[in-house]
Design a protein around this ligand. Structure first.
Ligand code: SAM
Length: 287
């Protein structure tokens, strides 16, 4: 018996990373664990069946997704407590990242059930290392809110963060999201990583405005990670908001709209400043 899943031991949860596109991106240990586990809990059973058929795996599957996580989680815990081994897989990539896996792990931690992580693909990390942006410190934000107001608020909360920022995004919203990133974070360097490890893998590198123009010109498809440069070091501390508002007012008197004046001031004098924060401060001054 292999030691990938140890026979005769107490129940254990194995967190198994699976491919994010290319089916060859799977470790020998994950394949062995999926074969030998008593049960595989899968976020998307259809997708996992495709993986199983590619590797001739026949382990029973149980659906474990956001919508059924309470009931399915209870079933999985029961089986683990009865001494079975369960492998958890996401629809793709590392389970627990932007999927309900974290809840199952928390339940196991609470009950003292052993857990083991079998590392492998992760879309955000693959995008980060391809981006050309600093990798020494980064901040994973998952999916931003769908509605623009909430999205801008979420961006404002991280506008001064100097770490490289990582976001998941859907093709349907990416142009709008990049518009909000441009307004709130400014025209930073960025990379858009699309369809990683798949046939149409593309990485667009440039500034937020250049990447946005490129994708707005065509139809956007596929799975996307956005990697955005952090705020300039120390910029947030040195920006004098009152002086920036003075400059905005001066430009307004010269005939620019408030939005245009804010854009000019941020771009030319205060690249670390949030456009929306400056816009709101200028509005207050006008009131
Ligand atoms: N657990 C996964 C992981 O470890 O990468 C993340 C799952 S999350 C629900 C799905 C999001 O991951 C997609 O909307 C997209 O933002 C990103 N993603 C997944 N596969 C990708 C790929 N091949 N290329 C680019 N982004 C991908």
């Amino acid at each position: 018996m292999s030691d990938a899943v140890e026979a005769g031991h107490d129940g254990k949860l194995y967190l198994c990373a699976t491919p994010i596109g290319n089916l060859q991106d799977i470790t020998l240990r994950v394949l062995e664990t999926l074969r030998l586990a008593d049960l595989v809990a899968a976020e998307d059973t259809r997708r996992t069946r495709q993986l199983f058929s590619a590797y001739d795996i026949h382990t029973p599957l149980l659906s474990y997704r956001e919508q059924n996580r309470e009931a399915a989680g209870a079933k999985i815990i029961k089986r683990l407590e009865e001494g079975e081994t369960v492998a958890l897989v996401s629809d793709a990539g590392t389970p627990g990242i932007s999927d309900p896996g974290q809840h199952l792990v928390a339940l196991c931690v609470e009950r003292g059930i052993p857990i083991e992580s079998l590392p492998g693909p992760n879309a955000a990390i693959a995008a980060l290392v391809l981006s050309g942006l600093p990798t020494d410190r980064f901040c994973f934000e998952g999916f931003l809110p769908r509605k623009t107001g909430a999205r801008r608020k979420a961006l404002e909360a991280i506008a001064r963060d100097e770490r490289t920022l990582l976001f998941h995004e859907s093709p349907a919203r990416v142009v709008d999201t990049l518009g909000d990133i441009l307004d709130v974070l400014g025209d930073r360097r960025m990379a858009l990583a699309r369809e990683l490890t798949k046939k149409f893998e593309t990485v667009l590198r440039g500034t937020v405005s250049s990447v946005r123009s490129t994708i707005a010109a065509g139809e956007v498809k596929g799975e996307i990670v956005l990697v955005v440069e952090g705020a300039p070091p120390g910029a947030a501390d040195t920006i004098d908001e009152a002086a920036a508002v003075d400059d905005v007012m001066r430009l307004k008197e010269q005939g620019l709209s408030l939005k245009e004046a804010v854009a000019v001031v941020v771009e030319e004098q205060a690249p670390g400043m949030s456009r929306s924060a400056l816009y709101n401060a200028a509005l207050k001054r006008n009131a």
